[in-house]
Design a binder for this molecule. Structure first.
Ligand SMILES: *Cc1c(COP(=O)(O)O)cnc(C)c1O
Length: 222
């Protein structure tokens, strides 16, 4: 089933769109099945769970942290994480930089932008992202690289609203791409779109989609 689901999704997305298989809460066997089907990028939202899966699975997997970050846990994934999607504080960037330095690495990060209208969603307003990228303290962080932005749209069926939210982030992304001069910022990745809205997100300029339930089935939180 997992293999079929992966094939089905890949048949619907352009070849240059990166597919992150969101495997949070799912057992190792499910990830192994996706791996056997050729999937190499997995997304998790809890650091400890990602560490456990990293240790159990082949080492050519790229692990993406897609959840909200607790700074004090960054150290547990600093030696292997490939991309951190949900950075929404400058202090978190500093902590990632500090931990990456210990391992002599540069860790790629996405700043999470607030595009949803809901009050509960995490993320930075565009103005604050711009402030960070243009601050002198940002340029001193040599062990991180901001490679793009991540956004989560409002949980709604309203296609017009979704489209506007995605499109606003794409526009902001394009503007910042031309504007930012910092050496540790090179904007190439726009992470938006999940099981329910990835087609629309791609249409509006997403380069990376994070798909969970359409690959692995519904999650059971117990
Ligand atoms: C769980 C999660 C996803 C995947 O959601 P699905 O609807 O299952 O595809 C994508 N992005 C983030 C940040 C998530 O937490």
């Amino acid at each position: 089933m997992i293999q079929k689901n992966l094939e089905n999704i890949k048949s619907q997305i352009p070849a240059n769109t990166t597919l992150v298989a969101v495997s949070k809460t799912k057992p190792i066997e499910d990830l192994q099945e996706a791996y056997t089907a050729g999937q190499r990028i997995f997304g998790e939202n809890k650091i400890q769970e990602m560490v456990d899966k990293y240790e159990a699975l082949p080492k050519d997997i790229k692990w993406h942290m897609i959840g909200h970050l607790q700074s004090n846990k960054v150290k547990y994934m600093a030696h292997f994480v490939d991309l951190i999607h949900g950075v929404d504080k400058f202090s978190t960037l500093k902590e990632i930089n500090k931990q990456a330095k210990k391992h002599n690495r540069v860790i790629n990060c996405l700043l999470q932008a607030k595009i949803a209208k809901e009050a509960t969603k995490f993320g930075l307003p565009f103005s604050e992202i711009e402030e960070i990228l243009n601050s002198s303290s940002f340029t001193t962080l040599e062990n991180i690289k901001v490679v793009g932005f991540m956004g989560m749209a409002t949980f709604t069926d309203n296609q017009k609203q979704l489209q506007e939210e995605f499109s606003s982030l794409k526009t902001f992304f394009n503007t910042q791409k031309l504007k930012t001069a910092a050496k540790n910022c090179e904007l190439n990745v726009l992470s938006m779109g999940m099981s329910g809205d990835f087609k629309l997100a791609i249409q509006e300029g997403s380069t990376m989609i994070r798909v969970g339930s359409s690959i692995f089935g519904n999650r059971n939180y117990n």
